[in-house]
Design a protein around this ligand. Sequence first.
Ligand code: SAM
Ligand code: SF4
Length: 323
Amino acid sequence: MNLLDSFGRKHTYLRISVTDRCNFRCVYCLPEHGVKWTSKSDILSYEEIAHIVHVFAQLGIQKLRLTGGEPTMRADICTLVASLCQIQGVREVNMTTNGYTLPKMAQPLYDAGLRKLNISLDTLDKELFHKMSRGFSIGPVLDGIEKALSLGFVLKINAVMLKGINEQSILPLLDFCALRNIELRFIEYMPFDVRWHQCVTSTEIQTYISKRYTLSPLSSDSLSGPSQTYWVSEKKMKVGFISPLSNRFCSSCNRLRLSCKGELRTCLAHEEAPSLGALLRNNATDREIKYQIQKQVLGKKEGHFCEVESGTPFQGVMTQIGG
Ligand code: SAM
Ligand code: SF4
């Protein structure tokens, strides 16, 4: 079955925020003093997540990504990974993590069936990392990367560049990833409130890299998501650009998001209701849940209206929705 919207976009990819909690307080993601966490009783249990994913899989969802918040902060996350990997129709279960717990968690995650990890790393500079994560040390993240590589995980590094803060990290990150055969992806900073307008656009980063290296565009497959990927011939590596603001990928968007409370968002930028979690807790049948999903997907808007210049705020907190 295909999950099509009224613009003919087929949805095969679900991102699941398993918790809004996080050990870090990255400057571009969470306010310095944190946010009020969602109460534990409102957060979907693993059984509820698996139930909802089962329904999504029947509707054509093939690829899942566990995110948050920090997914490895949730107790027994490996239990969830293992159960999602069993669901018929699910071809991939991946995770986005800040990598801090990977020295310990990489092995159990691998054993649970996870094979691909996106690790967020915005700089290799110890002090800057400490500043950007608001108080954390880069050591465990780097150890976690090495551990994951040694186990055979396929890794991607996600980096957010902020004007005047970490642009000088672009080339060192390229070197780091090239040496380890890791794809590096630059994600444009999305202003979640009116705090900053420090987005370094993908074009700016490409121009910067191109002064040193040759970027040749690669074609993307149906599960590769919104990243525009290039081959850096001198470094023999891939570098991707995710440009939600400067080069919106709305026309080919194949993703849906499930918040930690079970709300389905058809776009990061649009708030919708009701919650699939609430339906489940009110004993809705799978048929009713399917109907609600199809209805929301059919009503998915053509695009979002966030701009680099105006910094139009997204509604909601990234960690609850799942970045
Ligand atoms: N804690 C995990 C991590 O950091 O990888 C997963 C959740 S985090 C919200 C997922 C991704 O969203 C990270 O790669 C992070 O860099 C990115 N992100 C967070 N806030 C962002 C923002 N305002 N604009 C663009 N990307 C953002
Ligand atoms: Fe936490 Fe990830 Fe947000 Fe950083 S980007 S504060 S690690 S959820």
